[in-house]
Each structure stands twice: as C-alpha cells, then as structure tokens.
Design a protein around this ligand. Structure first.
Ligand SMILES: [Cu+2]
Length: 91
C-alpha cells in the first residue's frame, strides 16, 4: 500500500493492484479522476470533505490516471502512472 498526501503537482508510479490513499490534511477537498468516472470521492463537484478523511482506490488497470481536487484544481492535481508488475505471468 502506498501513502500519499494530496498536494500540488503530485506524480507517482505504482504497480497494478496497488492502493493509493489520499489523506486529507485540511478542509474542503475532493478527488475526481480526469476524465471523471474512473475513480473519485462521492458526490458532485461541489461535494468536499474535511480532515480527518481518507479516500482509497486500488488500481487494477495499467495506464496513466490524472486526478484533481475540483475546488482547488489549479493547484491540487496529479498523475498516477500504473505499470505492470515486474514479473512475467505464464498461464
Ligand atoms: Cu483541495
């Protein structure tokens, strides 16, 4: 499991099956995937949550996933690069 703080310009690399935790340190934040619908906190753009609050999502697909905090989208956003596990699967 990977822990991260939601801050500006957050770019991390994980492996498929890893869980990312967004841990609130303040008030009035949310998480929306870009484009929306892949992951994110419940509610619409105006729905925000206050500390203490954690949003977790397990990435099962390889890809590049952008996200933002809608109320602070100009400064709170990032990219999660989900790569394949570093072993070869024989089936
Ligand atoms: Cu925010």
């Amino acid at each position: 499991m990977m822990k991260m703080m939601i801050r500006c310009l957050t770019d991390i690399t994980i492996e498929e099956g890893d869980t990312v935790d967004w841990v609130w340190e303040g008030v009035g934040h949310n998480v929306k995937s870009i484009p929306r619908g892949t992951f994110g906190t419940a509610g619409d753009d105006s729905t925000a949550f206050n500390s203490p609050f954690t949003y977790s999502y397990t990435f099962m697909d390889i890809g590049i996933f952008d996200f933002e905090c809608v109320p602070h989208s100009s400064i709170m956003y990032g990219t999660i690069n989900c790569s394949c596990r570093r072993y070869i699967k024989y089936r």
